[in-house]
Design a protein around this ligand. Structure first.
Ligand code: FEO
Ligand code: CA
Ligand code: CA
Ligand code: CA
Length: 741
């Protein structure tokens, strides 16, 4: 008996089946236009007679239609025969024609607030109609929003890498080595401003898409941009109490956003920039008064760093932005030391203003972005909305990307009204201020539970590791609340994605380390613990997997779901580890970006890997998914050396149907040292936008005289050659056909 046999009948109403509506639309030119115009299947779900989306009914293609791309260590974007790419924009490109063209030598002025930021990550596209308003249908004008994750390796952005003013002369070589001493002001200003989000108008010409310099819509959201703190009416005063700083003593506003990784697009047409590894930007210098035990507990649970040894808070890497001398609070805000008499006199609370989904209206350049506290504070990685259904709540699925962290769901109190499309941040206030926040527990039965994070739950109200004051505290310290209710610790939840054809939700679990996964420390949802001694040596779950789930009754507000594992990452020659039967044509490691094409139904998988990189650069694969429960039970054989002793064990789990090379194929391999992340398309499925982040990540610092590991995209004729740059590329088929089929 399958663990999915509990499934309810999908639709007991007398309404026509979704398949029928689709079939009608394909026969009906008006509806066909609707489909082609971009309303797509999600839009069809709002049509009368289609109130309930049913599973597995829209036909999926049976096989992919391109030749798999070989593994590659070359310094270029590799695509299947018949495909081509061009660069849309890259780090440093000027948004205004008045700015000098990018020198690519680190010589730019300090004002990156009018240039494309660095480390392109999640992105989405917003079409503009003839009246300048948001359009769900494709037009020749759009705004592309791109997250700039921008973490440690900004050494290509200064003339000679990051300057060290420390006596030791120790310079940045890798993430854990950041100890530069006092930083030069100009370098820090550049680094601050290249973070955030780029909002750039793009236009379609006969030659393809290009950016529109000087557009009034061009905007940079940086860590300096004023942002509104928004939250549930009943708890906003409590929330503001956590946000009080010298800059806004009322805690109603904060400054900016940073380390924006995966993203979200709302059904009403706004952008969610999600704040991931924000904790590493803060330090706590000596000289302040001691944190309370509760403040300390919060800092520890969120991994906020401390430059000076503060008891109980681990010393970690940091940008050192606070080290610029003087009292300018553009710099001092990154130091959490409680040096003032009260929180209104210093920045002890500044870290509480990060860790959120930040809503931006791409078509309203003067609109103040809003931090959506109701969606919880953690290391946000993408916020994907389930298929919207008129008259029902919306669900946003959110990963918290750190080892052993959780998957969350936010369910709106407001019911979806398609008339809110184009409603900007007013619609955002309606849907994203009030709602319920849940964390996921994956059970051994193949079912899972959504655990509400509320003070009404005595496990939260009486949690011993962190004493919550109120519901505002629960939202700001959501990780503790999820601990209290027993959510399942996952192998680093990265992007979520929704399969628009059946409403199922997918999550990339990128990898986990030997400290967290041993044969004795696995569960059904995180079942692997092994060693890879071939090439890059790694242990734990170094290759990651993709999990998926189906809400009970296909309801956004469901309290339970059925789950299985879609596919395991693996090297093709890894034996028992290779549970999904991957081959040289589709072997991959560390899935990160994850996204479904509405046009083709293809599930695109992007990698950010460090375990398979001896054989291939990071990549993007196309998959044609089935549905939860299309496979069965498997037994994972685990083997690992733990503390010098070989440990073995078995772990049962639920694995989806094998995809084979017909349904899982490598489509793209990135330049050297890059991760592939961020993807969107034109609604006709004939143009794909993909981000190439941090080519040359493993370069020796410029300051050490090392040659860059990558010189892409300059080596392909884009801009000034010499240093690598992150970029958005535009992929098309030379014959203009559908991408991937
Ligand atoms: Fe920024 Fe979780 O990758
Ligand atoms: Ca290997
Ligand atoms: Ca191998
Ligand atoms: Ca990511």
């Amino acid at each position: 008996m399958s663990h999915h046999d509990h499934d309810p009948v999908f639709n007991t109403s007398g309404n026509p089946h979704f398949q029928d509506v689709l079939a009608q639309s394909l026969q009906n030119p008006a509806r066909r236009g609707l489909l082609r115009g971009g309303l797509g299947l999600a839009g069809l779900a709002m049509l009368p007679g289609c109130a309930t989306l049913t599973a597995g009914l829209a036909a999926s293609p049976s096989a992919l239609g391109f030749a798999a791309v070989e593994k590659s260590l070359l310094d270029n974007v590799m695509l299947p025969p018949g495909y081509q790419y061009s660069v849309l924009h890259a780090t440093g490109d000027a948004l205004d024609s008045a700015l000098a063209a990018y020198s690519n030598k680190g010589l730019e002025s300090d004002d990156w607030s009018r240039r494309v930021g660095d480390h392109h990550d999640g992105m989405d596209i917003y079409y503009i109609d003839a009246n300048g308003r948001y359009s769900e249908k494709e037009t020749a004008r759009a705004v592309l929003c791109v997250n700039h994750e921008s973490s440690a390796d900004s050494h290509f952005l200064h003339p000679n890498g990051q300057t060290s003013n420390k006596v030791s002369g120790k310079k940045f070589t890798q993430f854990g080595d950041w100890d530069l001493g006092a930083r030069p002001e100009l370098e820090v200003l550049k680094e601050i401003n290249l973070h955030g989000v780029s909002v750039v108008e793009i236009v379609k010409s006969p030659q393809g898409w290009r950016i529109q310099q000087d557009s009034p819509l061009n905007r940079r959201i940086t860590p300096q941009t004023p942002v509104r703190i928004s939250g549930p009416r009943a708890h906003i005063a409590q929330i503001r109490g956590f946000m009080t700083t010298r800059w806004d003593t009322a805690g109603a506003m904060s400054r900016g956003t940073l380390n924006n990784c995966g993203h979200g697009k709302t059904p009403w047409g706004t952008y969610l920039g999600c704040e991931e590894n924000w904790a590493y930007y803060f330090q706590t210098t000596a000289g302040g008064s001691a944190f309370s035990a509760k403040e300390m507990a919060s800092l520890k649970r969120y991994g906020v760093a401390s430059a000076a040894p503060v008891a109980g808070v681990a010393k970690a890497a940091g940008q050192g932005w606070h080290t610029v001398s003087g009292t300018d609070d553009r710099f001092s805000r990154w130091n959490l030391a409680a040096v003032g008499a009260t929180a209104e006199k210093d920045f002890r609370n500044e870290a509480n203003t990060f860790g959120f989904n930040v809503e931006i209206d791409p078509l309203a350049p003067n609109a103040t972005p809003a931090k959506r506290v109701a969606m919880g504070r953690f290391a946000h990685e993408a916020a994907v909305c389930g298929v919207p259904k008129a008259g029902e709540p919306l669900a946003f699925y959110i990963g918290c990307d750190s080892r052993n962290e959780y998957i969350y769901k936010f369910v709106t109190t407001a019911l979806w009204d398609p008339r809110d499309v184009g409603g900007g941040l007013v619609a955002g206030d309606k849907y994203l201020s009030e709602g319920k926040l849940y964390a996921a527990r994956f059970d051994a039965s193949g079912q899972g539970e959504w655990l509400e994070l509320t003070m009404a739950d005595p496990r939260i109200a009486n949690h011993s590791a962190y004493k919550f004051a109120n519901q505002g505290d629960v939202l700001v310290n959501a990780r503790y609340a999820a601990d209290a209710v027993g959510a399942t610790k996952m192998d680093r939840p990265e992007w979520g994605a929704v399969n628009h054809r059946n409403g199922e939700i997918y999550f990339a679990l990128t990898n986990n380390s030997a400290a967290n996964r041993t044969p004795a420390k696995t569960d059904l949802a995180n079942p692997r613990a092994y060693m890879d001694m071939d090439g890059v040596k790694s242990m734990g779950n170094p290759n990651g997997h993709i999990i998926r789930f189906k809400e009970s009754g296909h309801q956004a507000s469901a309290k339970s779901f059925a789950w299985d594992i879609f596919v395991f990452g693996a090297e093709e020659d890894s034996g028992d580890v290779n549970l999904s039967g991957l081959t040289a044509k589709n072997a991959f490691s560390s899935p990160d970006g994850l996204w479904f094409s509405k046009a083709t139904g293809i599930c695109w998988i992007q990698t950010d890997d460090g375990a398979f990189t001896d054989e291939t650069n990071c990549m993007m694969l196309a998959a044609i998914p089935g549905q939860v429960g299309d496979g069965g039970k498997v037994t994972v054989k685990n083997k690992m050396v733990v503390g010098g002793v070989e440990q073995t064990g078995t772990q049962e789990t639920f694995l989806g149907a094998a995809l084979g090379e017909a349904k899982l194929r490598r489509f793209l391999v990135a330049p050297k040292g890059a991760e592939v992340t961020g993807i969107t398309e034109t609604p006709d499925g004939r143009t794909l936008f993909v981000n190439i982040q941090h080519p040359g990540e493993l370069s020796k610092p410029q300051s050490s005289g090392g040659a860059p590991q990558s010189v892409w995209p300059g080596n392909q004729g884009y801009g000034v050659a010499g240093r690598p740059r992150s970029a958005t590329i535009v992929i098309t088929r030379k014959d203009g056909g559908l991408i991937g089929l």
